[in-house]
Ligand binder design. Structure first.
Ligand code: MCN
Ligand code: CUM
Length: 784
């Protein structure tokens, strides 16, 4: 790991040189001359009418430069902004507040403390309204209407969406021996990145150019949205995403604070910084999940799956601000048939408004594949429970077989490649599944309160959106650009539209170029996160960077290689057809001594060397990559838990994860991604939920209430791999950034419920806290 590979392989991250020295440059590190500081006044109510807002006392504060309210913004036609789901969201509330923590006013002051102090001087008169906290309640005919800003709206219903074949599904259910039905909730959780969201907006009053340094996973998409909202041309807006301290989907959308910082800068003529604190991040920015699901599996009596039927009630909060391709209001939940050979499938999703923060697609979800995988994997265990079959055996019996690929699913997704049984067998071997079952049988026989649980999950993801003809966000097609320029000395710069939040792009994308051209990754500079310096593209989320921008990178590197071949042919005075490539050089077929390195070629491409007619000098290329299909990574996970029946305490004793993300560029980084996602899974399965009381008060405003897993709750992860290249991706890679978060919660929950099986417990909802486990075992008056 100490030597730098000239291509794929584990190497330390280039960016660590600055991160480990504390020399990262995050939004809050940015300090511009004359910079002012903003703070947001937030609603204490979940639902209330705004009677009046009196800002006079705040304006009189000696250090306050501006106070902006919804009314100020309404005058500029900026009180509402478009969401990523073709809804609108209040930037600052004018008529009503619709969730606790909603943005009501923005103070700009000389320092952060004064801005915060001045918030207390703003007098808002609210008239409380009954809140809607529960998604089911939202659909009752007498439920208060949350979005009465839309004329004629009489309910809280957002959308109905369905996929699959209803009739065919009903038919297979009618002839099934067994139907397993289970209601389950994937609770509202939060991505909770280490760095909260923020922006420094700098409107130059002379040039009219707006620069926004901001925490964004999608700088180009943000710039276009700012351009549309503000009516400014794109070249007058520069969005810079500096180092990002974790995004996990939290930094896909545009938040009111960003817009307020921009307006603050326009109003004051000075740069304005706004950085939210932890509570603001947890209570007001993009949440994840909140899916109320009913799953039904139809099967023969010996466990051959026939069909799956699903109904979902999706709680989207007060504004429909989920980020997903336009045609997919439930994200990619349509892959809920999972990894199984099934005859028919049907699913209906209904989206509703509630008095909670907007969001919905975040926390390494691959556009809701987290929810889909959790559902089908939990259902598999429920069916195994009903049939008294081993859950691993039931899966093995129903997994898609290698010869079925490319496989068209019953809901229309084309799985590109896979060998599922091999991955599952590998995981079962690694964890010593049979021995564990023997130990479990022994323990069960002996009785006692120390229960052993073994949980299996298998997942398939669909990552790397587009193609653009099927996928767009706010009308922007999901394709991404890349530009590669090799300098005369043979060093290169790669410019990308995606944006790393910690995934190590500066390293892995340099490795792709290194593999294609034989230039050391240390000699390749990866530029991203600055719209003035990079080609257009939709950014990083849904684990699309490797599938889309990674492909774009391979394509531009190959174009450079082709150009280099012509230059080499001129240098060597042979026909290009007589040249052969080996990593780093073109040489004459049959005469390996006669060759030119890529560095020599780069210099020659910039020299006075005569090139063939029509061949431009220099060594560079650009491309826009429009993926022909998504990539379908998959994996088999096994979790082993000890459960104390006396206290309900769960200890994750072992966890084996076998991931297949096709060709691995940097195995160490892939393993790091998997480790992080497994910790997420333990967090969600055992401790995380964004809870609200009946008044809509948010109960998870700090890390004392909203818990993050630490090394104390995590075992030493044991990883395995199989490699099934993607057939349509130029380097055969599939995405991996969200795989473990998608696949692991079901393994943990299945393990806990497996431990509780002798007690007749068939299902319990996440998070499986000690209290939840204890009451699942013993029943509790505290739980309804
Ligand atoms: N990689 C590889 N070989 C592969 C696949 C990926 O070496 N076959 C490497 C990539 O080159 C990249 C990393 O693994 O360095 C993740 O790649 P990819 O799967 O393409 O995912 P993205 O880069 O698009 O990252 C997005 C994904 C998402 S959507 C969330 S959410 C998430 C995640 O990544 N957020 C993260 N992982 C995160 N990791 C960190 N540290 N911080 C976040 O905010
Ligand atoms: Cu759904 S979280 Mo990631 O796609 O940024």
């Amino acid at each position: 790991m100490t030597t730098t590979p000239m291509g794929y392989g584990s190497m330390h991250r280039k960016e660590d040189a600055r991160f480990l020295r504390g020399r990262g440059n995050y939004v809050d590190d940015i300090a511009l001359p004359g910079m002012l500081h903003g703070a947001v006044l937030r609603s204490p109510f979940a639902h209330a009418r705004i009677v009046s807002v009196d800002t006079s006392a705040a304006e009189a504060h000696p250090k306050v430069r501006a106070v902006i309210t919804g009314e100020t913004l309404a005058g500029l036609d900026l009180a509402w902004m478009p969401t990523l789901s073709h809804d609108v969201q209040a930037v600052l509330a004018t008529d009503k507040v619709r969730f606790q923590g909603q943005e009501v006013a923005f103070v700009v002051a000389e320092d952060r403390y004064s801005a915060r102090d001045a918030l207390e001087l703003i007098d808002v008169d609210y008239e409380a309204l009954p809140p809607v906290v529960d998604a089911r309640r939202a659909l009752e005919p007498d439920a208060p209407v949350i979005r009465d800003d839309v004329e004629g709206r009489t309910d809280n219903h957002i959308f109905d969406w369905e996929t699959g074949d209803k009739q065919a599904t009903d038919d297979v259910f009618a002839r099934a021996d067994v139907v397993a039905v289970q209601d389950m909730l994937y609770p509202r959780v939060h991505p909770a990145p280490m760095e909260t969201c923020g922006a420094v907006a700098d409107m130059d009053p002379v040039t009219g150019k707006l620069t926004v340094y901001t925490t964004t996973q999608a700088p180009h998409a943000h710039r276009t949205i700012y351009a549309l909202v503000a009516g400014l041309p794109e070249h007058k807006i520069r969005v810079v995403s500096p180092d990002i301290g974790g995004g996990f989907g939290n930094k896909v959308g545009i938040y009111p604070g960003y817009v307020c910082a921009v307006v603050g800068s326009i109003v004051t003529g000075k740069p304005v910084k706004w950085v939210e604190d932890r509570s603001e991040n947890l209570m007001s920015t993009s949440f994840a999940r909140d899916y109320h699901m009913r799953g039904e599996l139809a099967s023969t009596k010996d466990g051959k799956l026939l069909g799956i039927r699903v109904k979902v009630l999706a709680d989207h909060g007060a504004f429909n601000g989920t980020a997903q391709p336009t045609k997919f209001p439930a994200g990619f939940f349509g892959v809920f048939t999972g990894s199984y050979d099934i005859e028919a499938a049907h699913c209906e999703v209904t989206g509703v408004y509630t008095n909670k923060a907007p969001g919905g697609v975040a926390y390494a979800c691959s556009f809701r594949i987290t929810e889909a995988v959790y559902l089908v994997e939990r259902m598999m265990d429920v069916l195994a429970f009903d049939l008294d079959l081993d859950p691993a055996e039931l899966r093995m019996k129903n997994l898609l077989r290698p010869e079925q690929f490319p496989y068209e699913s019953k809901t229309g997704w084309e799985y590109d490649s896979g060998d599922y049984p091999r991955a599952l067998r590998k995981a079962l071997e690694l964890v010593h599944y049979d021995e564990l079952r023997a130990e479990q049988a022994k323990r069960r026989e002996a009785g006692g309160e120390n229960l052993l649980g073994i949980g299996v999950s298998f997942f398939t993801e669909a990552v790397g959106a587009g193609p653009r003809k099927h996928m767009d966000i706010l009308g922007l097609g999901m394709a991404d650009g890349a530009e590669l320029r090799v300098h005369p000395t043979g060093k290169a710069v790669l410019r990308l539209s995606c944006q790393t939040q910690g995934q190590g792009h500066e390293t892995t994308f340099a490795q792709i170029v290194a593999e294609e051209l034989g230039i050391s990754p240390d000699d390749i500079d990866v530029v991203h996160g600055d719209t003035d310096q990079t080609p257009f593209g939709l950014g990083t989320y849904g684990s699309r960077s490797t599938p889309v921008s990674g492909a774009a990178t391979a394509v531009v590197a190959r174009r450079v290689r082709d150009r280099a071949k012509i230059v080499a042919s001129a240098m060597l005075e042979v026909s290009p057809d007589d040249l052969e490539w080996e990593k780093g050089r073109w040489f004459v077929k049959g005469d390996p001594e006669a060759g030119k390195s890529i560095q020599d070629i780069a210099m020659a491409a910039h020299s006075s060397l005569e090139l063939p007619e029509g061949v431009e000098g220099h060594l560079d290329a650009s491309c826009v990559y429009n993926p022909p299909n998504l990539t379908y990574p998959f994996g088999a996970y096994v979790c082993v838990v000890d459960v104390d029946a006396g206290t309900g305490q769960v200890r994750v004793r072992d966890f084996v994860a076998v991931d297949d993300c096709g060709v691995r560029i940097n195995p160490m980084i892939v393993e790091g991604q998997v480790h992080g996602g497994l910790a997420d899974g333990v967090g969600m399965a055992l401790m995380q939920v964004m809870a609200f009381d009946e008044d809509g008060n948010h109960l998870g405003g700090s890390f004392m209430d909203y818990l993050l897993p630490t090394s104390m709750e995590c075992p030493s992860w044991r990883l395995g791999e199989t490699v099934t290249p993607s057939p349509h991706h130029p380097i055969g890679a599939k995405g991996v950034g969200e795989s473990a978060t998608v696949g692991s919660p079901a393994a943990v929950v299945n393990a806990v419920l497996d431990a509780l099986k002798p007690y007749g417990v068939r299902h319990a909802d996440m998070p499986l806290t000690p209290a939840a486990v204890w009451s699942a075992l013993h029943g509790s008056p505290l739980r309804t």
